[in-house]
Design a protein around this ligand. Sequence first.
Ligand SMILES: Cc1cc2nc3c(=O)[nH]c(=O)nc-3n(C[C@H](O)[C@H](O)[C@H](O)COP(=O)(O)OP(=O)(O)OC[C@H]3O[C@@H](n4cnc5c(N)ncnc54)[C@H](O)[C@@H]3O)c2cc1C
Ligand code: HEM
Length: 438
Amino acid sequence: MSRKTLSAEAVAIVKATAPVLAEHGATIIRHFYRHLLQAHPDLELLFNPANQGTGEDKTRGSQQEAFRGDFFGREGAPGAALTNALQGSLTSLDDLPALKATVMRIAHRHAALDVRPEHYPIIGHYFLASVKAVLGDVATDEIMEAWREAYGVLADLFIDVERDLVRKNARTPGGWEGFRPFVVRQKVMESDDAASIYLSPKDGGPLPHYEAGQYVTFRVEVPGYARAGGSTVYRNYSLSTAPGKGYFRVTIKREPGAKGNPDGVCSRFFHDHVGEGDVLDVSTPFGELTLVDSPRPLVFIGAGIGITVMFSLFQSALDRGIDRPIYFFQMMRDGRHHPLRREIEALARRHPNVTLHRCYSQPSAADEPGRDYETRGRLGLGTLARNLPGNDCEFYFTGPIPFMRSIRGALHVFGVPADRVHYECYGPHGAEIEADVR
Ligand SMILES: Cc1cc2nc3c(=O)[nH]c(=O)nc-3n(C[C@H](O)[C@H](O)[C@H](O)COP(=O)(O)OP(=O)(O)OC[C@H]3O[C@@H](n4cnc5c(N)ncnc54)[C@H](O)[C@@H]3O)c2cc1C
Ligand code: HEM
């Protein structure tokens, strides 16, 4: 990561004024989106309206309001990622592992969505203009200059990191930049509401190596879906196998609309309209949730469709010949909503170092305890502690945000140090996952 510096004066001003920006954050972001999207409707497509950050009723509010959690993330007040980064001191970025991890996570997301260097001045312009418009005279020239400087430093940092990620992927044998057409070779229902899609490059060329745990972005045209910029939708999906299988596979859950919200745009499209022979635009793999180099036992915890990335890590660990204990906890509604189950169980039968534990929250009459699942109810600390030799393991988990928060809290109580806890969010990063840890 390249070293960027910010003047001490600017750091002091930004730190002192960040709380004022946070206080007016919602108004600033509304103003920002309205003006940004009026001038650049094409950028609207990059943002997912479902990913708002407030947890309020998603049916209410304007589309701009719905966007406000996306930009600068969900970390509470809009602009928080920016202000946190700056408060963390831009003068010594390399000395701050936590900040570096945040920058890398965001950079992977940006790069996967094809956020480009030329977008940064546009976003910076509208963001700063909105700060000025909302704060008025409070935002003096001196304050605005400090924020401009700060935004510039952070933008340069992201641009550098993202360019490196994109170049690395493009130069990998079999790699590319942007999107590459892939043909759907096979579509398989894995459960009542999840389908696996097997893909290979349309050009017949090789596939790049990727790290288990990474995800790709699909860029799809969804008929009938209209936003100001068009009908293109961008969504991330984890590659749901270990690398080296000769294809890319994703496993997609149909996302139902709830409480008056529409059905999930992209997942419905995949379930209802995508079939063998169709061609889809796919990015190179991104993401930094990968297997860490460690001698400890591995623990994978997957809830719902979060099983996909856990399966990829699990399969990869076995492909690598890891023979120390591996524990795979699966939290599902019931046996009809348990994707990849057969594959997981087949691998477990072949590898004596693997222990599976299946929790069903609402087992159906067809699900037999002992045969189909071990625990009825939710997965929590008790089940983890009873089934693990102790806390000296590497823990990986993914699932719905409330589940992730509860597992993160449980691991904290279990005494697992933060550097042995690894997770991925299937949406904007949920800062609340760490809420019970501090
Ligand atoms: C790194 C990563 C990996 C992922 N891997 C997987 C994976 O392996 N498998 C998988 O299935 N998913 C995965 N996802 C999630 C995936 O990217 C999509 O978010 C998911 O498929 C839902 O997309 P959608 O377009 O179907 O739903 P969306 O249209 O995004 O809707 C999602 C929900 O929000 C509601 N909603 C829609 N529009 C609005 C609105 N305007 N306001 C309020 N609410 C609204 C919908 O009713 C729905 O319940 C991953 C996400 C990330 C970030
Ligand atoms: C310094 C400037 C920027 C900062 C601090 C920033 C910060 C963030 C953060 C924190 C996230 C959430 C990542 C996560 O969930 O882990 C995010 C996502 C995103 N950012 Fe940025 N960003 C910046 C610039 C940009 C630019 C220039 C664009 C281009 C238009 C952009 C587009 C996006 C998109 C599309 C997402 C995904 C939103 C979604 O889930 O729908 N960002 N950004």
